[in-house]
Ligand binder design. Structure first.
Ligand SMILES: Cc1cc2nc3c(=O)[nH]c(=O)nc-3n(C[C@H](O)[C@H](O)[C@H](O)COP(=O)(O)OP(=O)(O)OC[C@H]3O[C@@H](n4cnc5c(N)ncnc54)[C@H](O)[C@@H]3O)c2cc1C
Ligand code: FES
Length: 256
């Protein structure tokens, strides 16, 4: 684990959708699927991103364009230099590969991409609001897609599609990442069906390695104790699906 950023050159950039780009770096980083890195743009900020790609000595992060930081990242070109430190946190525990399913919502699919790469046989559900937001179409060709507006695949959310899938499939493991509202529903559904579930939580992070307390979730620091939590752990996290902490430090209720 590195606590100083390593300055790395952007080796290549791929457009995954109109709003998402994957940035590749020549860096052979040892990591577990679900772990993240802190990305630094000097004189701007530092933000967390999951490692979404690792093949031979090329690692990648997939970035959804949202605000100041991700806009600045999207404006970068091949050959530009940024800082990266990590990997951080606890990733997915990939014990059971048979009858497993990953359930991704929006950019949460980035966190699950290397779970799929390292699993021999896993069902992949990707949910998006609309067809143009779907990512990794070429990378994972057998994906089960769903969109809220019905423009690609099943019409509905990834929770709805998982519920449909459970009518015909016996799953024994679900890995999920996406908006907390969706994660909570996936977790509840799995609990009702007796399926073991691992959830990657997305909390506002500052230091990324356990010092500032910004990412607290019921006494657990999501950056070091997570971001991936198991069913056993989630059962003890009162704040999961209920409250989160804004960047100002204010604790607010989540609307499920
Ligand atoms: C463990 C982890 C892994 C992540 N992996 C990815 C990824 O692979 N791809 C991706 O596109 N995004 C990922 N994110 C979210 C990413 O960090 C934010 O999208 C990014 O920081 C937005 O910054 P911004 O300035 O562009 O937008 P802002 O306008 O500042 O914020 C837009 C949204 O991003 C969230 N966000 C902003 N800053 C942070 C922060 N420091 N920590 C967490 N969330 C923040 C805000 O809560 C807000 O909802 C991850 C977040 C976490 C916690
Ligand atoms: S982000 Fe600082 S403790 Fe987690």
């Amino acid at each position: 684990m590195l606590e100083q950023p390593t300055m790395v050159k952007i080796y290549a950039i791929a457009e995954e959708s109109p709003g998402v780009k994957t940035f590749f770096f020549k860096w052979n980083l040892l990591f577990d699927p679900g772990q993240f890195v802190m990305v630094w743009i000097p004189a701007l900020d530092e933000k967390p991103f999951t490692i979404s790609y690792m093949q031979k000595d090329i690692m990648g992060i997939s970035v959804l364009k949202r605000g100041a930081f991700t806009n600045a990242l999207h404006a970068k070109k091949t050959g530009d230099i940024i800082g990266i430190r990590g990997p951080y946190g606890k990733g997915f525990r990939l014990h059971t590969n048979s009858n497993a399913c990953v359930v991704g919502g929006g950019i949460g699919m980035a966190s699950l991409a290397t779970v799929v790469d390292r699993s021999s046989d896993v069902i992949v559900i990707q949910g998006a609001r609309t067809a143009s937001e779907i990512i990794y179409q070429k990378r994972f060709q057998g994906m089960k897609l769903c969109t809220e507006d019905g423009t690609a695949g099943f019409k509905g959310t990834s929770v709805d599609l998982l519920r449909e899938l459970l009518k015909t499939h016996n799953l024994n493991k679900v890995y999920t990442c996406g908006p907390e509202k969706m994660l909570y529903k996936v977790f509840e559904l799995c609990k009702n069906h007796g399926i073991d579930c691992e959830v990657s939580l997305d909390r506002y992070m500052k230091c990324g390695f356990g010092i500032c307390g910004q990412c607290d979730c019921s006494g657990q620091r999501v950056c070091v104790d997570g971001p991936v939590f198991t069913t056993l752990e989630l059962n003890t996290l009162e704040d999961f699906g209920k409250t989160t902490i804004l960047k100002t430090g204010e604790r607010v209720k989540l609307r499920i």
